[in-house]
Structures are given as C-alpha cells and as structure tokens.
Design a protein around this ligand. Structure first.
Ligand code: ASP
Length: 597
C-alpha cells in the first residue's frame, strides 16, 4: 500500500529499523515534546503510530534555529519534519513502541498549523466531559481509542459488503427524500420549495423501497442504510443510525437465519478473529418471556427462571400463598455458587429488583438439599420440590419475585443481568447470539387504544393464523424475528406480506381503512399487484454491532459525528435557526408558542 505523498515519504508508524540511514520526511501531530539539556525530543503521531524525532543544537551537530523552533512546539501542533533515521543507543531503545528501535534526527521543521497552547482537553487519556468532547470532536477523534474504533468500523462495513456481494446480493441505494409512511417513530420532514405546503420525509428505514426492489426482480438487495427517526432520545438511541439492511426473494425464515448467521460469523471472524458458535440458539418470544422475562435475554447470565407460584401456594406464608389468588405470578432463578453472598449483596440485588417495580426480592440458600435464610422458613414443606424444580446444588442461592406478570419479568430480568455481571459470567465469553422468533404481530396501543403493529405492519402472520389474525389480533403470531447478542437487540426482520388482500386486512387491524391505505401505501399495494414475489429480510444495527465489538457502552463512541442525548450537535451547533428569506421561499412560518411536549 502506498501511503507516501508529495509531502511525506513515510507514515510515522512505519519508521522502523529497516530505514536506518534513510532520509525521510514525516507529517503528523506533536504528541509531546521534552527538552533534555538543549536537545528537543518530539513524539510525532499520525494514524499509523508514533516516532521520536530529535532536534539537536549546534553543539550536538544540529541547527540551533530549527532546534529553537522545535522548542516552541505545543502538543497537537501539525508539523512536517525531514531528517535521517538512526538507530537509538541501546540504553534508549523503547520496546513498548513499534518504532522504538530508531529515532529521526531532524534537519528541517515546518509548522503546518498550530494548536492552541491551552487545549480544550488532552488527546492522551480519558476525558469526562462529553459535551466538551463533542464540541471539539476533531480533537476528540484524534484519540487512539476512537481512531481504532473507526478503523474497525471501516473494516466491518467492507467485510459486510464483501460477504453479501459474495452471496449474490446487489448494493442498491434507496432515496433519502421519501413519502411519509410512518414506521413507529416520528418522521423528520423536509419542506418542498417547489411544492409549497408539501413535505418529503427522511426515511426511517428503506423498508418499502427494498420490498419494491424485490417486486422489480433484484432478488437479493442490501444497503448500508442511514435511517432517521425523530424519537425521544434515550442513552442508546441516536436520531440517525446505520443499518445493514437486506431483503431476499423466495425465502422463508430459515433462509434468512442461515444467511445472517453466515454474515455475522464472517464479521466477527474478520474484525476480531473470533469464532462464533453456530447455529445460533432459538427461542420463541413466548419462551423468552417465560424463561427470561425479556425478549432479548443474555444467555450468559445463568439459568432460566422457574415457576414458583404453585409451590408458593403450599408455603406457610399468607403473602406467598395468595399469589395466584391475586392473579399474580411468582418466578425464581438459581444463582450457582451464590450461597456465599453476604446479606449486603442480596440487599443490593433487592434494590435492582425494585427498579423493575418489585416490592421485594425473596431469597434462600441451598446447602445439602436443605433451605436456609431469607424466606426459607416458609418453604419447609416444599423444600424437596423446590430444590428439584430449581435444579439447585449445594452452595446455590435462589431468588424470587412475586407480583404482576410485568413486574416479575422486568425485575427478575434486571436482577439476572446484574447477577451475571457480578459473578463475571459475561466476561471473556464468545458472543452469545440468539434468534427470538414468533413475535406477536400486534400489540395494544396503550395511548390511542386499539392495536398497533409490534414491529411493522408489513409482517406476514404465521401460517397457523393467517386466516384469523384480523379476527383475533391478540393471538396473531408473525413470521417475525429478532437477532439478539449478549442481551442486546441487534436487529429485527420478518417475512413480509406480498399480497394486497392480506396487506389491507393487516392495515385494517391497526385502524387504516382501504381509503387511507390507498393514500399512504398505494404505491406498495400497486407494486404487489404486479407479480410481487414472496420475500423477507432483516436490518442489523451497524452502530450497535461496532459498539458491542469494541465493548463500548455508548453509540456516541462509534458514530463519528453523533448528536447528544438532546439531539444536538455541539460542534456545528445544529439544529439552528435559518434566515427568514429561506423560510419565506419554503412558505414556512414559525409559531412562537412553546411546543406542547
Ligand atoms: N425496516 C425494519 C427496521 O428498520 C427492518 C426490517 O424489517 O427489515 O427495523
């Protein structure tokens, strides 16, 4: 690879002992400089590494004017240096540096551009103030960890493209200015200047366009697609995100699983040299909720939940005996080796359960088939059954929550994740991928009443409910799947409806009648009428993939120019007002009263 240019002969990281006695010209940033009795040592850094440059004074055979210029350098000044590569004396060799065997004795120095003497923050080391980091993102991105993250991200996108192309996929772009077709979140709208009062939307995803590409015969499409959603931001959301978006014709769920497992394994192998165990395990949505209280369980966090309400009925505590009569649930799970935990740790887990709405976290320890501590005294009569049911071993801890189904699931899921973390079960494990399948097609719309689509309304109901899904929406199960990694949802997809009659029936369930369907989705329905093939696909969150690969906890660390969680970009200060003339051209006027929410 040729990295030399008219300005530099080598990159800093490539100056190794093979170049001893060679004249080089290097460009980069001053990482730091030190004055050792009139000799200036500068660590020069670029994307590829760091090299030590020496500026000698006239007494050491150098040029005093150049040395004095070097003396005045600040960290992050941008410079160009010419000089000769020399071997370091044995006592100054630095084995920690790839270039630590050599140094460059400078014969010229040009300051290409200065950095301020007082930097907003040092480029080396951690910086706590994220707002400040984002304001000076140019500097922030110079940091080693971020340089590595974006190199990895670039590698992953190339690997994804290569793999999908090798599987017969075509990379096709879909428009950024689209018709507003709501997909669950609010749209970003773009006013049309030539059609005053009319708007484009920015795409929440390429969903309808990729389906239409299937109607057009492209068979296998993918795109690294930018998706824009005007959502209330949470810690792990951004208004813009990138998906590895794909769609295939003539497929069922198994075909999509096989393809995605191949893609994901390829990405982990290529980027991290990690072998991903295959095939990925599968759980139905109902199983996941029953066994782990969540539709994105982390399988590394220990054993699944077990039913405890029937055993609680035989306990000697009124509180537990009444669980079923109150219409509540009680489930528990086993913490292998958790018997050694102190009361303080169990209390802390109780606080975690409280965050999920639980009134308390019941516990007991198991030793030699006997129960002790916590609520054990109430369960003496069912001790054997409980030990059997939980598969408890001596030294285990059993944890329980009773309450409404939602409270039990939410709190026990939180506690189980916390337990996994505290016991170190999640560390150093190969990535735990999981398919969660058979999601419900519809869910109750808590705000507006009626039904709304669980994923999106283009999902094909399962064969066993395709005739009845609109009469019994609460029972409708979709050909709808999520890919989960280590307890985080990486992507969702489905087999799609590809016929007008079915699509109209699905839309009717969510309150979209035929006239409205025609107005909003007429183009899709007309496409279906022209010989649409059966098709399905998925979209995987690229930002999340990179976040999990790099062990980061924020999407902002894997997006070059992210927004804050108030949806602003401190660096370029957007969003920002625009001139009145521009608004006039767009026929847009701004209301002065404060927004409703
Ligand atoms: N369009 C969907 C989404 O963005 C993904 C899919 O169903 O393929 O979540």
């Amino acid at each position: 690879m040729k990295l030399s240019t008219r300005l530099r002969t080598h990159v800093c990281g490539a100056v190794t002992d093979e170049l001893v006695d060679t004249q080089v010209s290097l460009c980069g940033w001053v990482r730091r400089s030190r004055d050792h009795g009139g000799v200036i040592f500068v660590d020069l850094r670029d994307r590829y590494g760091v090299i030590q440059v020496v500026f000698r004074g006239e007494n050491q055979g150098g040029d005093a004017a150049i040395r004095d210029l070097a003396k005045a350098l600040h960290a992050e000044d941008s410079i160009r240096v010419e000089g000769q590569v020399v071997r370091r004396s044995p006592d100054t060799v630095n084995d920690q540096m790839a270039t630590g065997q050599v140094e460059v004795v400078a014969s010229s120095l040009r300051v290409l551009n200065q950095a301020p003497a007082e930097l907003p923050f040092p480029v080396e080391g951690e910086v706590a103030n994220e707002e400040l980091r984002l304001r000076h993102r140019y500097l922030d991105l110079r940091r080693d960890a971020l340089q590595k993250t974006f190199a990895l991200r670039s590698r992953v996108t190339l690997a994804a493209r290569n793999h999908l192309i090798s599987q017969g996929f075509l990379d096709i772009e879909t428009p950024m200015l689209v018709k507003r077709t709501p997909e669950g979140a609010r749209d970003y709208l773009v006013p049309s200047r030539v059609h005053p009062g009319e708007f484009y939307a920015l795409p929440q995803s390429p969903q309808l366009y990729k389906q239409i590409l299937m109607v057009s015969g492209f068979d296998r499409y993918f795109q690294l697609a930018r998706c824009l959603r005007d959502e209330d931001l949470r810690a792990d959301r951004q208004p813009e995100h990138t998906q590895i978006d794909l769609e295939m014709s003539y497929v069922d769920e198994e075909d999509v699983f096989e393809l995605v497992e191949g893609l994901v394994s390829h990405l982990w192998k290529d980027a991290l040299d990690v072998d991903v165990p295959r095939p990925f395990p599968r759980l139905t949505y109902a199983e996941a909720m029953e066994s782990y209280g969540t539709d994105k369980p982390d399988l590394n966090c220990g054993p699944a939940f077990f039913e405890a309400a029937d055993l609680a009925e035989q306990s000697s505590s009124d509180l537990f005996r009444g669980v079923r009569a109150r219409g509540d649930r009680m489930k528990g799970f086993r913490v292998p080796g958790g018997g050694e935990w102190s009361r303080r740790i169990i209390d802390e887990l109780g606080e975690v359960a409280g965050r999920g709405g639980a009134k308390g976290l019941a516990w007991m320890k198991v030793a030699d088939g006997e129960l002790s501590g916590g609520v054990a005294k109430f369960f003496g009569d069912v001790a054997t059954a409980l030990v059997e049911r939980s598969e408890a071993q001596s030294g285990d801890l059993l944890l329980f929550v009773a309450g409404s189904e939602k409270v039990v699931n939410t709190s026990l899921d939180l506690v189980r994740r916390e337990v996994g973390k505290r016991r170190g079960w999640t560390e150093g494990k190969p990535p735990a991928f999981l398919w969660v399948t058979r999601f419900p097609v519809f869910e109750r719309d808590e705000e507006a009443g009626g039904w709304t689509a669980c994923h999106h309304i283009f999902t094909m109901p399962h064969d066993d409910c395709v005739d009845t899904f609109d009469q019994e929406p609460e029972k409708a199960v979709g050909k709808l799947y999520d890919l989960v990694l280590d307890g985080t949802e990486l992507g969702s997809g489905s087999i799609r409806i590809h016929r007008r009659d079915l699509q109209l029936r699905a839309l009717a369930v969510v309150g979209v009648d035929e006239a409205k369907a025609e107005e909003r989705f007429g183009f899709l329905l007309r496409a279906f009428d022209h010989g649409a093939p059966p098709h399905g696909g998925i979209a995987l969150g690229l930002d999340r993939i990179i976040m999990l690969m790099t062990g980061r906890s924020s999407l902002r660390d894997v997006i070059a120019f992210p927004k804050t969680n108030r949806a602003i970009s401190p660096m370029d200060e957007c969003p920002s007002p625009v001139e009145q003339q521009i608004l006039d051209d767009l026929r847009v006027s701004i209301r002065k009263d404060p927004p409703q929410s």
